[in-house]
Ligand binder design. Structure first.
Ligand code: MRU
Length: 367
């Protein structure tokens, strides 16, 4: 996608086998800062400290992290250590383990002297595949938007609510939830996006609003608790969100607060779609609520908020008494019964074992 007119991806190769570029997403929306990653430690830190975030981008960054390590030391010990270090960065997004397992499966049987080149090539392929998947998700999701647009009075946009940032910044390009939105907008279909601010880290306010603004997509920022009200007043036509891990039965784990949006959508008979590349499906998990590890993050993220002052300084302020106990669960699970359908790179399917199995029979056979 474009930033100030220049085409960007969220991660890109700089020097073959030696470095990749990323955007430090903790600095957005106030500052657009590019950072170079040159080794395993920097790649792991960029994921852990959320310079990069979003399930598919975490996976792609981990793949490059492993490739950078193979260029330094292609031994079995280094390969195994790289897997461990990167895997320990964040617990919920399954794309991380998916990418690491994919890299290890490819590299482990190779002679060490062949690993660096193969790892770099595979990391590039993982990135390109993510872009292609998200573009396909956009095409399938576009049809859903078009169906709603066909029934709107002339000049009325399709109102879409989204949560967190499942945009191009969360993937290598296009985004998952935003891909249908960008493609609809590019095609001239009128869309308007309700952007949940997404406390505590405000990925909606800081990243989704920024992205949509850069691309010229009409949008409005709302507080996290506004969704139910908007839905009751027929101000939302559909919800589209992303996911960090979807179970083989269609339960969806995504940023904290997604579940409440799904409940409100269900109560108001508004379609609730989840967009995902198949790398986000955890075929080993049945019951999402019981089995998916939910990341618990630092209290500071809840007790303090940061933003730009009128003078243009970025400041952090505490919003509760210093001794207030805080909890910070970063994700929740929406049971499949509240998900209207999943939008994948192979098409749209029911959020169920049967729905997923019909689109991905080769995976379902292994269950
Ligand atoms: O904690 P984050 O910012 O990594 O959480 C991101 C999300 O919850 C996204 O919705 C999800 O990763 C899907 S990204 C296409």
């Amino acid at each position: 996608m474009k930033v100030h007119g220049k085409a960007y991806r969220s991660i890109w190769p700089l020097e073959i086998g030696k470095s990749v570029g990323i955007i430090d997403q903790t600095r957005l929306p106030h500052h657009f800062v590019e950072v170079e990653l040159t080794n395993l430690g920097e790649a792991a830190k960029s994921i852990k400290d959320m310079w990069v975030r979003g399930a598919p981008l975490i996976g792609a960054t981990a793949a490059f992290g492993m490739a950078l390590e193979m260029a330094r030391d292609p031994s079995d010990v280094a390969l195994s250590n790289a897997w461990d270090v990167l895997h320990a960065t964040r617990p919920t997004a399954i794309n991380l383990r998916w990418a690491l397992d994919d890299m290890r499966r490819l590299l482990a049987p190779l002679a060490p002297e062949r690993r660096a080149e193969a790892a770099w090539k595979r990391a590039l392929e993982i990135s390109e595949t993510d872009v292609a998947c998200n573009e396909a998700i956009g095409q399938y999701g576009l049809r859903l938007i078009e169906e709603i647009a066909a029934h709107k009075p002339d000049g009325e946009p399709v109102h879409i609510l989204t949560h967190c940032n499942a945009g191009w910044l969360a993937t290598v390009d296009w985004g998952t939830a935003t891909s249908p939105i960008y493609q609809a907008h590019n095609k001239g279909i009128k869309v308007h996006v309700w952007v949940d601010e997404t406390r505590p880290r405000n990925q909606g306010a800081g990243l989704t609003a920024w992205e949509l603004g850069e691309h010229g997509v009409p949008h409005t920022l709302v507080v996290d608790n506004a969704g139910g009200h908007l839905m009751q007043h027929a101000l939302v036509d559909m919800c589209i969100v992303g996911t960090d891990r979807t179970t083989a039965h269609g339960d969806v784990c995504n940023k904290i607060g997604t579940y409440l949006k799904a409940l409100a959508a269900h109560d108001n008979e508004i379609p609730f779609y989840v967009a995902l590349p198949s790398s986000t499906i955890d075929w080993t998990v049945g019951d999402g609520v019981k089995e998916i590890p939910i990341e618990e993050r630092d209290d500071e993220e809840v007790a303090w908020i940061s933003g730009e002052t009128r003078e243009g300084d970025v400041k952090k302020v505490r919003i509760c008494p210093p001794e207030t106990p805080v909890s910070n669960f970063a994700f929740d699970v929406t049971p499949s019964k509240y998900v209207t359908a999943l939008i994948t790179e192979r098409g749209v399917c029911a959020a169920s074992k049967e729905g997923l199995a019909a689109l991905f029979p080769e995976q379902a056979m292994l269950l």
